[in-house]
Design a protein around this ligand. Structure first.
Ligand code: ADP
Ligand code: ASP
Ligand code: MG
Length: 442
């Protein structure tokens, strides 16, 4: 029995009035669901545009001096339809007018973050009204430091105190406030992080994350047909999978609840009887699982391979190389090494934005024999707590990919043996995920 539950609903779960009604009946079905974190309306059908994307578009138009009233009008219409179908009294026109006035009046409001945040702000106000609950604004509870990191101490304290004083409340996801009072958002999908912060702040017994799939699946359902649901998963496995591309939960959403040992339950708004995935520090004792829990991956990497004879004798060569990337704000993802070679695997788009500087600095300060750049790489992680105790996991992965005719361009194994990551051509990505799913999980 859970006494206090924080329930976060994602964009598709709140995309229109009928979805909001489904969410409301889930909320009202259990009195322990006292705090709800809401996303902005997402896609209603595959070609639809998320409110958040419309808001970013509006900001782009504003910046380039174009007329943005048409986009604001569409946003207003979309909320207007929701309000009408929910049968509530809510003055969306004056809310949109305020946003417009803010945008044109003060620099503080002229950021993409301010405008993007209005998606969750308006949706949460509407949902609060529909539920008859209090709207508790994230800009008064979620605080960032000057450098953009979360001010955890202040956030957990203020959010805890504010919400304790309220019986139940709806909190907008995705954003918080900077020390100068301006709005800052998390990265995309960040309402998951808000949900986790709220759960931690109120010391919830459970953090429910309601979405459009029945839990964390063992592979991306857009690539593999009907992948199995993972019933139980540890925070560590989830973090690995979400970081590597299993986009059902934001990769940073694990941290606030993990420290407090609050489990996360991923559930399906469209199928609320399904148990979903339970994420906690350790697995229930009596469950049997295969060595591999899940597979996830991402495209869009490139490899910068630096070769120099006798590199192994040059102390600090690797450190100097990585420092060049760090100095240029390009974080490295993997760094496989040979005796006279070292490769740095990074996000292609980030690298391209700093390419000239990085290559110049490598040449000047390291004097390598060759630098080779390989583009269009994808990375796939095979993840599972059980992999530590299973022999021949790497061999199985290589055989599976070889049988599918896929060439491996990079291999990396985490030191905790929880994952094996392979780098392949982007063109082989879908085939590789399907081959690994059939051979390692199915
Ligand atoms: P929400 O709007 O509820 O936050 P998201 O779109 O952010 O939902 O995340 C849910 C989507 O994540 C699913 O619809 C699915 O297409 C995608 N997804 C990718 N990988 C996985 C996975 N391993 N398990 C479940 N869903 C996944
Ligand atoms: N609405 C935001 C986005 O589309 C945040 C979220 O949905 O979690 O990224
Ligand atoms: Mg999401």
């Amino acid at each position: 029995m859970n006494n206090l539950v924080v329930a976060k609903f994602g964009g598709t779960s709140l995309a229109d009035a009928s979805q909001i009604k489904k969410a409301a009946s889930i909320i009202k079905a259990d009195v322990s669901r006292k705090y709800v974190v809401a996303s902005a309306p997402g896609k209603r059908f595959s070609d639809d545009i998320k409110i958040t994307d419309m808001l970013y578009k509006c900001h782009k138009k504003f910046l380039s001096g174009e007329d943005f009233n048409d986009v604001l009008e569409k946003i207003s219409e979309r909320y207007g339809k929701i309000i009408e179908e929910l049968g509530i009294d809510f003055d969306i026109k004056s809310e949109i007018e305020t946003i417009k006035q803010n945008l044109t009046s003060s620099e503080k409001f002229q950021t993409p973050d301010y405008l993007a945040s209005r998606g969750e702000y308006l949706n949460s106000k509407i949902i609060a009204k529909f539920l008859g609950w209090t709207f508790a604004d994230a800009s008064e509870m979620i605080f960032f430091n000057e450098n953009g990191t979360l001010n955890e101490e202040k956030t957990f304290y203020v959010t805890g105190e504010k919400l304790k004083a309220l019986d139940c409340a709806v909190i907008p996801g995705f954003y918080g406030v900077m020390p100068d009072g301006s709005i800052k958002t998390f990265s995309r999908g960040g309402s998951d992080v808000t949900g986790s912060i709220v759960a931690r702040s109120v010391k919830a017994d459970l953090y429910e994350n309601w979405t459009d799939v029945s839990g964390m699946l063992s592979a991306d359902p857009r690539i593999v047909k009907n992948p199995s649901v993972i019933n139980f998963i540890t925070y560590t496995e989830l973090r690995e999978l979400s970081y590597m591309g299993a986009s059902v939960l934001h990769e940073d959403a694990v941290f606030p609840v993990r420290k407090a040992g609050i489990p996360i339950n991923i559930r399906n708004t469209n199928s609320p009887d399904d148990k979903g995935t339970l994420i906690s520090a350790s697995l229930p004792k009596d469950i049997k699982r295969s060595a591999v829990t899940g597979i996830a991956g991402r495209k869009g990497f490139c490899s910068i391979r630096v070769e120099k004879s006798m590199m192994n004798g040059e102390t600090g060569f690797g450190a100097k190389l990585l420092y060049i990337f760090a100095k240029n704000d390009v974080p490295f993802e993997h760094c496989p090494t040979g005796i006279d070679t070292i490769s740095v695997i990074v996000n292609s788009a980030l690298f391209d934005s700093k390419r000239e500087e990085i290559l110049r600095e490598i040449k000047n300060s390291l004097e390598p024999d060759f630098i080779t750049i390989e583009k269009n790489l994808a990375a796939i992680a095979v993840v599972g707590e059980g992999m530590v105790n299973s022999k021949g996991m790497a061999a199985k992965i290589f055989t599976s990919l070889a049988n599918a005719g896929i060439n491996i361009r990079m291999i990396d194994q985490g030191s905790d043996e929880l994952n094996i990551i392979v780098g392949i051509d982007e063109a082989d990505y879908e085939a590789a995920i399907n081959a690994l799913y059939s051979d390692m999980i199915k």
